[in-house]
Ligand binder design. Structure first.
Ligand SMILES: [Zn+2]
Length: 472
């Protein structure tokens, strides 16, 4: 029996969304998503390349911006690469009905909690069920873009003359606070420009004579866009922005970008934000529901590391996930059962410590990518009876073996039944299971929360280590 602190890098199955796959030809794949009663297709086209193509996701999220899709086709046919395109109604925004209410969103405003709320409120109305389906859609969209595996996200956009321009970011302009650097090409059309999160790419593009804006990570408005999300996640991001109809100009920009990228070789670097951003709050599970049993295994020495990593037997979660968990607890109370939580939010520093001890991605998520636990949206837990005694499950918690898989059936019926009760109760409140770990669940919208290196414990982490030297 191989036991370990298996982590959560495996793909999560999508249960909440209808998905179908169809092949138009060898190179094009269509993936369909349901948001309320709307159907959104993500068309992925792989352009073959003679050499190893750069790990770049080219994405078009606005269905009314066709010039850039044509320009990207022109360039990727020469250079190779993968293009992902949202298709639904031919319009910029996505309308959907849910529970008898009509909603509307901008698909490039759904990647953070604050942005999601703002786009629903601005274009229709916010409600928790609408927020949940949009959050789940954003998660699936980011998975389809393969954001965990790329070194660069290139967003493809077109604009209407003189509305959204590079000049808006210049000093005194309406978007000046969003920009850390503004480099305008003399005599260039201000509608044709790059907006980037990576300093080296910014410099390389400016050197090549392009107009380019560098996002200011400290002051940028959290509008839920892909640029804000990528900036928070440490994933290099480039928006290739040009006027509708500027196909030749935009193709030239894309060639310039690929040359710059080849020279700079951008790399993702998950930093971990030290403060939860607005719309994200870490709360003590015990404070939200004192009836949930807490058994943080990494607050004891009885774990693989032989060290206490957390300073107290407490578990923190992002507030919306903790409140969701309290609803599961209420649901189980009717069956005289309850939850026992082993782990929730995990500071990035602890992830790094686990990685130092066991640098194996089968067991521990690579801190360079971040674990779902680092976002406060993943929880590891089991069932207890009315007396607080753990119910038997097909495997131990943190056991790395087939017995931990959800499709494992070679166990006594009561153990399989207990696993089923836990799965049903968690999924009824929207939590997503992990096929390889019966104890692990993700809250919907988990990708919207950044990897955090916050310490909510009010005491130093790693209590077994000698205290760091204090500066006078
Ligand atoms: Zn887990």
């Amino acid at each position: 029996m191989k036991t370990s602190m298996r982590d959560c890098v495996t793909m999560v199955a999508s249960l909440a969304l209808l998905m179908t796959f169809a092949h138009a030809d060898d190179e094009t794949t269509v993936r369909s998503f349901a948001v309320g009663d709307a159907r959104i297709d993500v068309v992925a086209t792989v352009f073959p390349s003679a050499t190893e193509p750069a790990r770049v996701a080219f994405v078009s999220v606005h269905d009314d911006e066709d010039t850039v899709v044509e320009a990207a086709g022109d360039v990727l046919r020469e250079r190779g690469g993968r293009l992902l395109e949202l298709r639904h109604s031919g319009a910029r925004e996505i309308g959907f009905r849910l529970g008898g209410t009509q909603h509307r969103i901008d698909p490039n405003r759904i990647f953070t909690p604050a942005g999601r709320r703002a786009t629903l409120e601005r274009l229709s109305a916010w409600s928790q069920p609408a927020d949940d389906v949009v959050a789940a859609f954003a998660d699936e969209l980011l998975s389809t873009f393969a954001v965990d595996d790329v070194d660069l996200v290139v967003a493809l956009h077109n604009n209407t003359p003189d509305r959204y321009t590079a000049a808006n970011y210049a000093a005194g302009g309406p978007l000046a606070a969003d920009a850390a650097r503004v480099s305008l090409r003399p005599g260039g059309d201000p509608d044709d420009f790059f907006f980037v999160t990576d300093t080296a790419i910014c410099e390389a593009l400016a050197d090549r004579g392009h107009s380019v804006i560098l996002q200011n990570e400290a002051t940028v408005t959290d509008d839920g866009s892909l640029s804000v999300w990528c900036g928070r996640m440490g994933i290099p991001y480039v928006n290739v922005e040009a006027e509708h109809g500027h196909r030749i100009e935009q193709a030239a920009m894309l060639r310039g970008l690929l040359d710059a990228v080849a020279a700079v070789r951008p790399q993702r670097a998950v930093r971990g934000v030290t403060q939860p951003p607005p719309g994200c709050e870490l709360v003590n599970v015990h404070a939200v529901d004192p009836t949930i049993v807490i058994d943080n295994r990494y607050a004891t020495k009885a774990n693989v590391t032989g060290m206490r990593l957390y300073p107290a037997n407490e578990v923190f979660l992002e507030r919306s996930a903790a409140e969701r968990l309290a609803r599961v607890q209420a649901r189980l109370r009717g069956q005289s059962l309850g939850l026992k939580v082993f782990d929730g939010y995990r500071p990035l520093a602890i992830q790094k410590a686990l990685w130092r001890i066991k640098p194996d991605p089968r067991y521990v998520a690579d801190p360079a990518k971040g674990s779902r636990h680092n976002r406060g949206s993943a929880v590891d837990l089991t069932l207890v009876d009315a007396a607080g005694q753990e119910l038997p499950m097909p495997s131990e918690f943190d056991e790395f073996s087939e017995r931990s898989h959800l499709d494992f059936t070679d166990a006594p019926g009561d153990r399989l039944g207990n696993r089923e009760i836990l799965q049903k109760a968690m999924q009824a409140e929207g939590f997503r299971p992990l096929p390889t770990e019966w104890w692990h669940f993700d809250a919907p919208g988990w990708r919207a929360f950044p990897v955090m290196d916050a310490n909510p414990y009010e005491r130093p982490l790693f209590p077994d280590e000698p205290a760091a030297e204090s500066t006078p």
